[in-house]
Design a protein around this ligand. Structure first.
Ligand code: NAD
Length: 473
Protein backbone atom coordinates (compact mmCIF):
# COMPACT_ATOMS: atom_id res chain seq x y z
CA UNK A 1 0.00 0.00 0.00
CA UNK A 2 1.38 3.41 -0.89
CA UNK A 3 1.67 6.11 1.74
CA UNK A 4 -0.74 8.24 -0.35
CA UNK A 5 -3.49 5.64 -0.03
CA UNK A 6 -2.85 5.05 3.67
CA UNK A 7 -3.18 8.76 4.30
CA UNK A 8 -6.68 8.88 2.75
CA UNK A 9 -8.23 6.72 5.49
CA UNK A 10 -6.06 8.55 7.98
CA UNK A 11 -7.35 11.89 6.65
CA UNK A 12 -10.97 10.77 6.98
CA UNK A 13 -10.35 9.64 10.55
CA UNK A 14 -8.47 12.80 11.48
CA UNK A 15 -11.24 14.99 10.09
CA UNK A 16 -13.90 12.90 11.82
CA UNK A 17 -12.05 13.08 15.16
CA UNK A 18 -11.61 16.86 14.83
CA UNK A 19 -15.40 17.27 14.57
CA UNK A 20 -16.28 14.58 17.14
CA UNK A 21 -14.04 16.31 19.71
CA UNK A 22 -16.29 19.37 19.50
CA UNK A 23 -19.40 17.30 20.26
CA UNK A 24 -20.69 15.94 23.50
CA UNK A 25 -21.63 12.32 22.73
CA UNK A 26 -20.57 9.26 24.77
CA UNK A 27 -17.23 7.96 23.42
CA UNK A 28 -18.77 4.50 22.74
CA UNK A 29 -21.30 6.06 20.41
CA UNK A 30 -18.61 8.03 18.58
CA UNK A 31 -16.51 4.85 18.21
CA UNK A 32 -19.50 3.01 16.75
CA UNK A 33 -20.15 5.78 14.21
CA UNK A 34 -16.45 5.84 13.23
CA UNK A 35 -16.02 2.06 12.79
CA UNK A 36 -16.77 0.03 9.65
CA UNK A 37 -19.64 -2.38 10.37
CA UNK A 38 -18.84 -5.04 7.77
CA UNK A 39 -15.95 -5.68 5.39
CA UNK A 40 -16.09 -8.37 2.69
CA UNK A 41 -12.77 -9.06 0.99
CA UNK A 42 -12.86 -11.55 -1.85
CA UNK A 43 -10.58 -13.23 -4.38
CA UNK A 44 -12.26 -14.90 -7.33
CA UNK A 45 -11.05 -16.50 -10.54
CA UNK A 46 -12.04 -15.25 -14.00
CA UNK A 47 -10.96 -16.80 -17.29
CA UNK A 48 -9.60 -14.05 -19.53
CA UNK A 49 -8.69 -15.38 -22.96
CA UNK A 50 -6.86 -18.63 -22.27
CA UNK A 51 -5.61 -17.63 -18.81
CA UNK A 52 -7.18 -17.59 -15.37
CA UNK A 53 -6.79 -14.43 -13.32
CA UNK A 54 -7.46 -14.11 -9.61
CA UNK A 55 -9.25 -10.83 -9.00
CA UNK A 56 -9.15 -9.10 -5.63
CA UNK A 57 -12.24 -7.12 -4.68
CA UNK A 58 -14.05 -5.58 -1.70
CA UNK A 59 -17.41 -4.43 -0.49
CA UNK A 60 -17.52 -2.43 2.72
CA UNK A 61 -20.71 -1.51 4.56
CA UNK A 62 -19.53 1.26 6.81
CA UNK A 63 -22.76 1.94 8.68
CA UNK A 64 -25.93 -0.11 8.86
CA UNK A 65 -27.73 2.40 11.11
CA UNK A 66 -30.04 2.84 8.11
CA UNK A 67 -30.74 0.32 5.39
CA UNK A 68 -30.08 -0.18 2.59
CA UNK A 69 -26.46 0.86 2.61
CA UNK A 70 -25.36 2.72 -0.51
CA UNK A 71 -22.14 3.44 -2.34
CA UNK A 72 -20.41 3.19 -5.70
CA UNK A 73 -18.19 0.50 -7.14
CA UNK A 74 -14.71 1.53 -8.19
CA UNK A 75 -12.57 -0.28 -10.77
CA UNK A 76 -8.96 0.76 -10.28
CA UNK A 77 -5.60 -0.93 -9.86
CA UNK A 78 -5.10 1.25 -6.78
CA UNK A 79 -8.11 -0.21 -4.93
CA UNK A 80 -7.22 -1.56 -1.48
CA UNK A 81 -9.05 -2.24 1.77
CA UNK A 82 -8.13 1.07 3.45
CA UNK A 83 -9.25 3.08 0.47
CA UNK A 84 -12.62 1.29 0.24
CA UNK A 85 -13.15 1.74 3.98
CA UNK A 86 -12.41 5.46 3.72
CA UNK A 87 -14.80 5.83 0.78
CA UNK A 88 -17.53 3.82 2.55
CA UNK A 89 -17.21 6.02 5.65
CA UNK A 90 -17.52 9.13 3.50
CA UNK A 91 -20.74 7.68 2.05
CA UNK A 92 -22.30 7.41 5.53
CA UNK A 93 -21.61 11.06 6.24
CA UNK A 94 -22.54 12.13 2.71
CA UNK A 95 -25.96 10.44 2.92
CA UNK A 96 -26.60 12.01 6.32
CA UNK A 97 -25.66 15.50 5.06
CA UNK A 98 -28.06 15.41 2.12
CA UNK A 99 -30.80 13.62 4.07
CA UNK A 100 -30.67 10.46 1.98
CA UNK A 101 -31.94 7.76 4.37
CA UNK A 102 -29.19 5.19 3.71
CA UNK A 103 -26.09 3.91 5.48
CA UNK A 104 -22.73 4.23 3.72
CA UNK A 105 -20.98 1.53 1.67
CA UNK A 106 -18.41 1.22 -1.11
CA UNK A 107 -17.12 -1.45 -3.46
CA UNK A 108 -13.81 -1.80 -5.18
CA UNK A 109 -12.34 -4.18 -7.74
CA UNK A 110 -8.55 -4.04 -7.98
CA UNK A 111 -8.21 -3.98 -11.75
CA UNK A 112 -7.22 -1.39 -14.29
CA UNK A 113 -10.27 -1.32 -16.59
CA UNK A 114 -8.16 0.06 -19.47
CA UNK A 115 -6.34 -3.30 -19.64
CA UNK A 116 -9.49 -5.32 -20.40
CA UNK A 117 -11.93 -5.42 -23.29
CA UNK A 118 -15.70 -5.15 -22.73
CA UNK A 119 -16.16 -8.94 -22.70
CA UNK A 120 -13.59 -9.41 -19.93
CA UNK A 121 -15.00 -6.50 -17.93
CA UNK A 122 -18.48 -8.01 -18.18
CA UNK A 123 -17.19 -11.35 -16.87
CA UNK A 124 -15.46 -9.68 -13.95
CA UNK A 125 -18.48 -7.51 -13.12
CA UNK A 126 -20.89 -10.45 -13.23
CA UNK A 127 -18.64 -12.64 -11.07
CA UNK A 128 -18.19 -9.82 -8.55
CA UNK A 129 -21.99 -9.44 -8.41
CA UNK A 130 -22.37 -13.18 -7.77
CA UNK A 131 -19.95 -12.88 -4.85
CA UNK A 132 -22.03 -10.02 -3.43
CA UNK A 133 -25.25 -12.02 -3.82
CA UNK A 134 -23.71 -15.03 -2.04
CA UNK A 135 -22.94 -12.94 1.04
CA UNK A 136 -26.10 -10.80 0.92
CA UNK A 137 -24.02 -7.70 0.16
CA UNK A 138 -26.41 -6.53 -2.56
CA UNK A 139 -30.19 -6.07 -2.73
CA UNK A 140 -32.77 -3.25 -2.86
CA UNK A 141 -33.28 -3.43 0.90
CA UNK A 142 -29.75 -4.36 2.00
CA UNK A 143 -27.00 -2.76 -0.10
CA UNK A 144 -27.35 -0.79 -3.35
CA UNK A 145 -24.22 -0.10 -5.47
CA UNK A 146 -23.79 2.67 -8.06
CA UNK A 147 -21.07 3.86 -10.46
CA UNK A 148 -17.81 5.34 -9.26
CA UNK A 149 -14.32 5.84 -10.68
CA UNK A 150 -13.82 3.45 -13.61
CA UNK A 151 -17.44 2.26 -13.83
CA UNK A 152 -20.62 3.63 -15.42
CA UNK A 153 -24.14 2.73 -16.51
CA UNK A 154 -22.87 -0.20 -18.62
CA UNK A 155 -21.47 -2.00 -15.58
CA UNK A 156 -24.63 -1.19 -13.59
CA UNK A 157 -26.74 -2.87 -16.31
CA UNK A 158 -24.57 -6.03 -16.03
CA UNK A 159 -25.01 -6.00 -12.25
CA UNK A 160 -28.78 -5.61 -12.62
CA UNK A 161 -29.01 -8.46 -15.12
CA UNK A 162 -26.93 -10.78 -12.94
CA UNK A 163 -29.00 -9.96 -9.86
CA UNK A 164 -32.41 -10.31 -11.52
CA UNK A 165 -31.37 -13.52 -13.27
CA UNK A 166 -30.30 -14.97 -9.95
CA UNK A 167 -33.48 -13.85 -8.16
CA UNK A 168 -35.57 -15.30 -11.00
CA UNK A 169 -38.64 -13.10 -10.50
CA UNK A 170 -38.93 -13.74 -6.77
CA UNK A 171 -38.29 -10.13 -5.71
CA UNK A 172 -40.74 -7.53 -6.97
CA UNK A 173 -38.35 -4.64 -6.27
CA UNK A 174 -35.25 -6.38 -7.68
CA UNK A 175 -34.47 -3.54 -10.13
CA UNK A 176 -33.73 -1.34 -7.12
CA UNK A 177 -30.63 -3.47 -6.37
CA UNK A 178 -28.34 -0.98 -8.13
CA UNK A 179 -28.56 2.66 -9.31
CA UNK A 180 -26.91 4.61 -12.10
CA UNK A 181 -28.49 2.20 -14.60
CA UNK A 182 -29.13 3.07 -18.24
CA UNK A 183 -32.48 4.74 -18.80
CA UNK A 184 -33.98 1.77 -20.65
CA UNK A 185 -32.85 -0.51 -17.81
CA UNK A 186 -34.88 1.22 -15.09
CA UNK A 187 -32.53 4.18 -14.73
CA UNK A 188 -33.60 7.77 -14.17
CA UNK A 189 -33.24 10.87 -16.31
CA UNK A 190 -30.56 13.19 -14.94
CA UNK A 191 -28.47 10.55 -13.10
CA UNK A 192 -25.43 10.68 -15.40
CA UNK A 193 -25.00 14.44 -14.93
CA UNK A 194 -26.09 14.42 -11.27
CA UNK A 195 -22.75 14.63 -9.45
CA UNK A 196 -21.43 17.35 -11.77
CA UNK A 197 -24.71 19.26 -11.59
CA UNK A 198 -24.64 18.98 -7.79
CA UNK A 199 -21.12 20.47 -7.85
CA UNK A 200 -22.57 23.41 -9.80
CA UNK A 201 -25.43 24.02 -7.33
CA UNK A 202 -23.14 23.69 -4.30
CA UNK A 203 -20.36 25.88 -5.69
CA UNK A 204 -22.92 28.50 -6.75
CA UNK A 205 -24.21 28.69 -3.15
CA UNK A 206 -20.70 29.24 -1.77
CA UNK A 207 -19.79 31.82 -4.42
CA UNK A 208 -23.04 33.70 -3.72
CA UNK A 209 -22.14 34.10 -0.04
CA UNK A 210 -21.19 37.78 0.15
CA UNK A 211 -19.41 37.63 3.52
CA UNK A 212 -17.26 34.63 2.54
CA UNK A 213 -16.39 36.13 -0.85
CA UNK A 214 -15.39 39.39 0.83
CA UNK A 215 -13.16 37.42 3.21
CA UNK A 216 -11.25 35.81 0.32
CA UNK A 217 -11.24 38.94 -1.85
CA UNK A 218 -13.66 37.81 -4.59
CA UNK A 219 -16.83 39.39 -5.95
CA UNK A 220 -19.93 37.32 -5.13
CA UNK A 221 -21.45 35.15 -7.89
CA UNK A 222 -20.24 32.48 -10.33
CA UNK A 223 -20.38 34.65 -13.45
CA UNK A 224 -16.85 35.21 -14.79
CA UNK A 225 -15.10 33.11 -12.12
CA UNK A 226 -12.11 31.13 -13.43
CA UNK A 227 -12.00 27.37 -12.78
CA UNK A 228 -9.27 24.73 -13.22
CA UNK A 229 -10.54 21.14 -13.37
CA UNK A 230 -8.64 17.89 -12.82
CA UNK A 231 -10.31 14.88 -14.47
CA UNK A 232 -12.54 15.06 -17.55
CA UNK A 233 -14.54 11.97 -16.62
CA UNK A 234 -18.17 11.85 -15.57
CA UNK A 235 -17.96 14.31 -12.67
CA UNK A 236 -15.39 16.75 -14.09
CA UNK A 237 -16.96 17.05 -17.53
CA UNK A 238 -20.51 17.74 -16.32
CA UNK A 239 -19.33 20.06 -13.53
CA UNK A 240 -17.28 22.08 -16.03
CA UNK A 241 -19.92 22.16 -18.72
CA UNK A 242 -22.79 23.16 -16.39
CA UNK A 243 -20.74 25.75 -14.44
CA UNK A 244 -19.87 27.48 -17.70
CA UNK A 245 -23.22 27.13 -19.50
CA UNK A 246 -25.57 27.82 -16.58
CA UNK A 247 -23.26 29.73 -14.21
CA UNK A 248 -21.18 31.78 -16.64
CA UNK A 249 -17.87 30.47 -15.23
CA UNK A 250 -14.70 30.30 -17.36
CA UNK A 251 -12.89 26.94 -17.44
CA UNK A 252 -9.29 28.07 -17.90
CA UNK A 253 -7.53 24.72 -17.40
CA UNK A 254 -8.23 20.99 -17.64
CA UNK A 255 -5.87 18.29 -16.39
CA UNK A 256 -6.11 14.69 -17.60
CA UNK A 257 -3.82 11.67 -17.52
CA UNK A 258 -2.20 12.76 -20.81
CA UNK A 259 -1.44 16.31 -19.62
CA UNK A 260 -2.79 19.68 -18.54
CA UNK A 261 -4.08 22.27 -21.01
CA UNK A 262 -4.61 25.98 -20.38
CA UNK A 263 -6.46 28.83 -22.08
CA UNK A 264 -7.11 32.05 -20.12
CA UNK A 265 -10.01 32.85 -22.52
CA UNK A 266 -11.87 29.71 -21.46
CA UNK A 267 -12.20 26.14 -22.78
CA UNK A 268 -15.45 24.82 -24.27
CA UNK A 269 -15.89 21.62 -22.24
CA UNK A 270 -18.47 19.97 -24.50
CA UNK A 271 -16.18 20.42 -27.49
CA UNK A 272 -13.19 19.20 -25.46
CA UNK A 273 -15.04 16.01 -24.47
CA UNK A 274 -15.77 15.30 -28.17
CA UNK A 275 -12.15 16.12 -29.09
CA UNK A 276 -10.80 13.70 -26.46
CA UNK A 277 -13.14 10.95 -27.64
CA UNK A 278 -11.87 11.32 -31.19
CA UNK A 279 -8.15 11.95 -30.47
CA UNK A 280 -7.84 9.97 -27.22
CA UNK A 281 -6.18 13.02 -25.64
CA UNK A 282 -6.99 16.57 -24.55
CA UNK A 283 -3.53 17.75 -25.60
CA UNK A 284 -3.63 19.78 -28.82
CA UNK A 285 -7.16 21.11 -28.30
CA UNK A 286 -7.32 24.27 -30.44
CA UNK A 287 -6.45 27.49 -28.62
CA UNK A 288 -4.89 25.80 -25.58
CA UNK A 289 -1.30 25.47 -24.35
CA UNK A 290 0.05 22.36 -22.66
CA UNK A 291 1.74 22.84 -19.27
CA UNK A 292 5.22 21.33 -18.96
CA UNK A 293 4.26 19.47 -15.79
CA UNK A 294 0.83 17.84 -15.62
CA UNK A 295 0.56 18.28 -11.83
CA UNK A 296 1.01 22.05 -12.14
CA UNK A 297 -2.73 22.48 -12.67
CA UNK A 298 -2.78 22.96 -8.88
CA UNK A 299 -0.62 26.11 -9.22
CA UNK A 300 -2.77 27.83 -11.86
CA UNK A 301 -3.79 31.41 -11.12
CA UNK A 302 -7.58 31.00 -11.00
CA UNK A 303 -10.46 31.48 -8.56
CA UNK A 304 -11.57 27.87 -8.06
CA UNK A 305 -9.83 24.49 -8.25
CA UNK A 306 -12.11 21.54 -9.01
CA UNK A 307 -10.27 18.26 -8.40
CA UNK A 308 -12.52 15.63 -10.02
CA UNK A 309 -10.23 12.63 -10.48
CA UNK A 310 -8.81 10.79 -7.49
CA UNK A 311 -7.92 11.22 -3.82
CA UNK A 312 -4.79 12.84 -2.32
CA UNK A 313 -4.09 15.10 -5.32
CA UNK A 314 -3.53 18.23 -3.24
CA UNK A 315 -1.04 17.28 -0.55
CA UNK A 316 1.57 18.64 1.85
CA UNK A 317 4.08 19.25 -0.95
CA UNK A 318 1.92 21.22 -3.41
CA UNK A 319 -0.62 22.91 -1.09
CA UNK A 320 1.60 25.96 -0.59
CA UNK A 321 1.52 26.73 -4.33
CA UNK A 322 -2.28 26.87 -4.56
CA UNK A 323 -3.34 30.34 -5.75
CA UNK A 324 -7.10 29.66 -5.96
CA UNK A 325 -9.35 31.02 -3.23
CA UNK A 326 -11.84 28.14 -3.33
CA UNK A 327 -11.44 24.37 -3.74
CA UNK A 328 -14.55 22.37 -4.65
CA UNK A 329 -13.81 18.72 -3.83
CA UNK A 330 -15.70 17.08 -6.68
CA UNK A 331 -13.62 13.89 -6.24
CA UNK A 332 -13.58 11.96 -2.98
CA UNK A 333 -10.70 12.91 -0.69
CA UNK A 334 -8.63 15.01 -3.13
CA UNK A 335 -7.14 17.17 -0.33
CA UNK A 336 -5.12 15.41 2.38
CA UNK A 337 -5.48 16.42 6.03
CA UNK A 338 -1.92 17.86 5.99
CA UNK A 339 -2.69 19.95 2.91
CA UNK A 340 -5.94 21.15 4.44
CA UNK A 341 -4.12 22.60 7.46
CA UNK A 342 -1.85 24.60 5.11
CA UNK A 343 -4.72 25.77 2.92
CA UNK A 344 -6.95 26.84 5.79
CA UNK A 345 -4.08 28.92 7.18
CA UNK A 346 -3.91 30.65 3.78
CA UNK A 347 -7.66 31.38 4.07
CA UNK A 348 -8.71 29.06 1.22
CA UNK A 349 -12.35 27.90 1.31
CA UNK A 350 -12.53 24.11 0.96
CA UNK A 351 -15.98 22.83 0.03
CA UNK A 352 -15.84 19.26 1.33
CA UNK A 353 -16.40 16.19 -0.86
CA UNK A 354 -19.05 14.76 1.40
CA UNK A 355 -21.25 17.73 0.55
CA UNK A 356 -20.20 19.00 -2.88
CA UNK A 357 -20.20 15.62 -4.68
CA UNK A 358 -23.37 14.33 -3.01
CA UNK A 359 -25.48 15.01 -6.13
CA UNK A 360 -24.83 11.46 -7.39
CA UNK A 361 -26.15 9.72 -4.30
CA UNK A 362 -29.07 12.15 -4.11
CA UNK A 363 -30.26 11.28 -7.60
CA UNK A 364 -29.45 7.60 -6.98
CA UNK A 365 -31.91 7.86 -4.10
CA UNK A 366 -34.51 9.28 -6.53
CA UNK A 367 -33.78 6.37 -8.91
CA UNK A 368 -34.24 3.84 -6.11
CA UNK A 369 -37.55 5.49 -5.15
CA UNK A 370 -38.65 5.35 -8.80
CA UNK A 371 -37.75 1.64 -8.94
CA UNK A 372 -39.73 0.93 -5.76
CA UNK A 373 -42.76 2.84 -7.04
CA UNK A 374 -42.47 1.19 -10.50
CA UNK A 375 -43.37 4.47 -12.16
CA UNK A 376 -41.66 7.40 -13.82
CA UNK A 377 -41.72 10.69 -11.89
CA UNK A 378 -44.22 13.13 -13.39
CA UNK A 379 -46.42 10.49 -15.04
CA UNK A 380 -49.42 11.20 -12.81
CA UNK A 381 -49.36 15.00 -12.65
CA UNK A 382 -47.61 16.35 -15.77
CA UNK A 383 -50.78 16.74 -17.89
CA UNK A 384 -52.88 17.83 -14.93
CA UNK A 385 -50.48 20.71 -14.20
CA UNK A 386 -50.20 21.61 -17.87
CA UNK A 387 -54.00 21.85 -18.16
CA UNK A 388 -54.27 23.85 -14.93
CA UNK A 389 -51.64 26.39 -16.11
CA UNK A 390 -53.41 26.56 -19.49
CA UNK A 391 -56.74 27.35 -17.79
CA UNK A 392 -55.03 30.05 -15.72
CA UNK A 393 -53.56 31.73 -18.80
CA UNK A 394 -57.01 31.57 -20.55
CA UNK A 395 -58.58 33.22 -17.52
CA UNK A 396 -55.99 36.01 -17.50
CA UNK A 397 -56.47 36.58 -21.24
CA UNK A 398 -60.26 36.72 -20.87
CA UNK A 399 -60.16 39.10 -17.92
CA UNK A 400 -57.50 41.45 -19.29
CA UNK A 401 -58.49 41.24 -22.94
CA UNK A 402 -54.78 40.82 -23.73
CA UNK A 403 -53.12 37.86 -25.46
CA UNK A 404 -50.14 36.07 -23.86
CA UNK A 405 -47.53 35.45 -26.59
CA UNK A 406 -46.97 31.88 -27.79
CA UNK A 407 -43.36 32.07 -26.55
CA UNK A 408 -44.46 33.04 -23.02
CA UNK A 409 -47.24 30.43 -23.16
CA UNK A 410 -44.75 27.67 -23.97
CA UNK A 411 -42.75 28.63 -20.86
CA UNK A 412 -45.75 28.91 -18.51
CA UNK A 413 -48.09 26.19 -19.81
CA UNK A 414 -46.18 22.99 -19.15
CA UNK A 415 -46.05 20.19 -16.64
CA UNK A 416 -42.76 18.96 -15.24
CA UNK A 417 -40.95 16.08 -16.96
CA UNK A 418 -38.95 13.56 -14.96
CA UNK A 419 -35.69 15.40 -15.60
CA UNK A 420 -37.21 18.72 -14.41
CA UNK A 421 -38.29 17.08 -11.17
CA UNK A 422 -34.93 15.38 -10.66
CA UNK A 423 -33.03 18.64 -11.20
CA UNK A 424 -35.44 20.52 -8.95
CA UNK A 425 -35.08 17.89 -6.19
CA UNK A 426 -31.30 17.99 -6.53
CA UNK A 427 -31.15 21.80 -6.43
CA UNK A 428 -33.37 21.89 -3.36
CA UNK A 429 -31.20 19.26 -1.64
CA UNK A 430 -27.89 21.00 -2.40
CA UNK A 431 -29.20 24.40 -1.26
CA UNK A 432 -30.80 23.05 1.95
CA UNK A 433 -27.76 21.02 2.92
CA UNK A 434 -25.40 23.93 2.31
CA UNK A 435 -27.44 26.11 4.64
CA UNK A 436 -27.40 23.40 7.34
CA UNK A 437 -23.60 23.26 7.08
CA UNK A 438 -23.25 27.05 6.92
CA UNK A 439 -25.41 27.40 10.02
CA UNK A 440 -23.00 25.20 12.01
CA UNK A 441 -19.99 27.00 10.48
CA UNK A 442 -21.33 30.43 11.47
CA UNK A 443 -22.94 29.46 14.78
CA UNK A 444 -20.33 27.26 16.45
CA UNK A 445 -17.40 29.36 17.59
CA UNK A 446 -14.81 26.58 17.40
CA UNK A 447 -15.77 25.49 13.87
CA UNK A 448 -13.52 27.27 11.41
CA UNK A 449 -13.97 25.29 8.21
CA UNK A 450 -16.75 23.77 6.15
CA UNK A 451 -15.50 20.20 6.49
CA UNK A 452 -15.70 20.22 10.27
CA UNK A 453 -19.15 21.82 10.01
CA UNK A 454 -20.27 19.13 7.54
CA UNK A 455 -18.94 16.34 9.79
CA UNK A 456 -20.82 17.85 12.75
CA UNK A 457 -24.09 17.90 10.76
CA UNK A 458 -23.54 14.28 9.75
CA UNK A 459 -22.44 12.95 13.15
CA UNK A 460 -25.43 14.68 14.82
CA UNK A 461 -27.86 12.96 12.45
CA UNK A 462 -26.28 9.48 12.73
CA UNK A 463 -25.94 9.81 16.52
CA UNK A 464 -29.59 10.80 16.75
CA UNK A 465 -30.56 7.62 14.86
CA UNK A 466 -28.50 5.43 17.19
CA UNK A 467 -29.93 7.08 20.28
CA UNK A 468 -33.56 6.82 19.22
CA UNK A 469 -32.93 3.19 18.14
CA UNK A 470 -32.33 2.38 21.81
CA UNK A 471 -28.81 0.93 21.56
CA UNK A 472 -27.28 4.01 23.16
CA UNK A 473 -28.80 6.12 25.95
P1 NAD B 1 -14.32 8.74 -14.17
O1 NAD B 1 -13.61 7.46 -14.24
O2 NAD B 1 -15.51 8.96 -15.05
O3 NAD B 1 -13.33 9.99 -14.44
C1 NAD B 1 -12.12 10.20 -13.77
C2 NAD B 1 -11.18 10.91 -14.73
O4 NAD B 1 -9.97 11.28 -14.04
C3 NAD B 1 -10.74 10.01 -15.90
O5 NAD B 1 -11.01 10.66 -17.13
C4 NAD B 1 -9.25 9.80 -15.68
O6 NAD B 1 -8.52 9.67 -16.88
C5 NAD B 1 -8.88 11.07 -14.92
N1 NAD B 1 -7.64 10.94 -14.14
C6 NAD B 1 -7.19 9.88 -13.44
N2 NAD B 1 -6.01 10.15 -12.87
C7 NAD B 1 -5.70 11.42 -13.23
C8 NAD B 1 -4.58 12.27 -12.96
N3 NAD B 1 -3.56 11.87 -12.21
N4 NAD B 1 -4.59 13.52 -13.48
C9 NAD B 1 -5.62 13.95 -14.24
N5 NAD B 1 -6.70 13.18 -14.54
C10 NAD B 1 -6.73 11.93 -14.03
O7 NAD B 1 -14.70 8.91 -12.62
P2 NAD B 1 -15.84 9.81 -11.99
O8 NAD B 1 -17.05 8.99 -11.84
O9 NAD B 1 -15.88 11.12 -12.70
O10 NAD B 1 -15.24 10.02 -10.53
C11 NAD B 1 -14.24 10.97 -10.25
C12 NAD B 1 -14.18 11.21 -8.76
O11 NAD B 1 -15.46 11.64 -8.29
C13 NAD B 1 -13.81 10.00 -7.92
O12 NAD B 1 -13.09 10.43 -6.78
C14 NAD B 1 -15.16 9.48 -7.46
O13 NAD B 1 -15.08 8.74 -6.26
C15 NAD B 1 -15.89 10.78 -7.24
N6 NAD B 1 -17.35 10.67 -7.29
C16 NAD B 1 -17.99 10.18 -8.39
C17 NAD B 1 -19.38 10.12 -8.39
C18 NAD B 1 -20.16 9.66 -9.60
O14 NAD B 1 -21.40 9.78 -9.59
N7 NAD B 1 -19.52 9.20 -10.66
C19 NAD B 1 -20.10 10.52 -7.26
C20 NAD B 1 -19.41 11.03 -6.16
C21 NAD B 1 -18.04 11.10 -6.19
Amino acid sequence: MSSKQASFLDSVHRNFDKAADLLDYPSGLISQIRACNAIYEMNFPVKIGKKYEVIKAFRVQHSQHRLPTKGGIRFSSMVNKDEVQALAALMTFKCAIVDVPFGGAKGGVAISPRKYDAEALEKITRRYTMELIRKNFIGPSSDVPAPDYGTGSREMAWILDTYTTFKNGSEIDAVGCVTGKPLNQNGIRGRTEATGRGVFYGLREVLNDEAEMKRVGLEPGMEGKTLAIQGLGNVGSYAGSICSKEGGALIVAVSEIEGTIYDPKGIDIDKLVKYRKAKKSIVGFPGTKKLDVREDWVKIDCDVLVPAALESQIHKKNAKSVKAKVIAEAANGPVTADAEAILLKKGVIIIPDMYINAGGVTVSYFEWLKNLSHMRFGRMDKRFNQNAFGNLVDLIERNTGKKVSNRDKSIIVRGADEVDLVRSGLEETMINSFHQIKDVYKRKRKVQDYRTAAFICAIDKVANDYMTMGVFP
